[in-house]
Unconditional design. Structure first.
Length: 86
C-alpha cells in the first residue's frame, strides 16, 4: 500500500511488480481450479467406468456359471428306440 502512496520511480516499480505478482497468482489459482475440476470430472468418469466394468464382469460370470436343470429332463430331440412287433 505504501508503494502506491509514494510518488517515486522506485515506488512505482515496486507497485507494478506487486500488481504483476497478484495477476500471476490469480492466473495460477485459476489454472489449478480448472485442473482440479478436470481431475474431478475424470475421477467421476473412471468411477462410472469401474461400476460398468464390475456389472459387465458379473453378467459374464452369471452367463458362464453352470445352471441347474429345473424340469428334470434334458432339452433337445432324443430318438427313442421302439421294440419291433413279433
Amino acid at each position: 500500500m505504501l508503494s502506491s502512496v509514494l510518488n517515486s520511480a522506485r515506488a512505482i516499480e515496486v507497485n507494478i511488480a506487486i500488481m504483476r505478482a497478484f495477476v500471476q497468482l490469480r492466473q495460477l489459482l485459476a489454472t489449478h481450479h480448472e485442473l482440479a475440476h478436470k481431475l474431478s470430472e475424470l475421477e467421476n468418469k473412471l468411477v462410472e467406468h469401474d461400476d460398468a466394468l464390475v456389472n459387465l464382469f458379473e453378467a459374464i460370470r452369471q452367463l458362464i456359471a453352470p445352471t441347474e436343470v429345473t424340469h428334470g429332463r434334458e432339452m433337445g430331440y432324443h430318438a427313442t428306440l421302439k421294440k419291433p412287433k413279433d
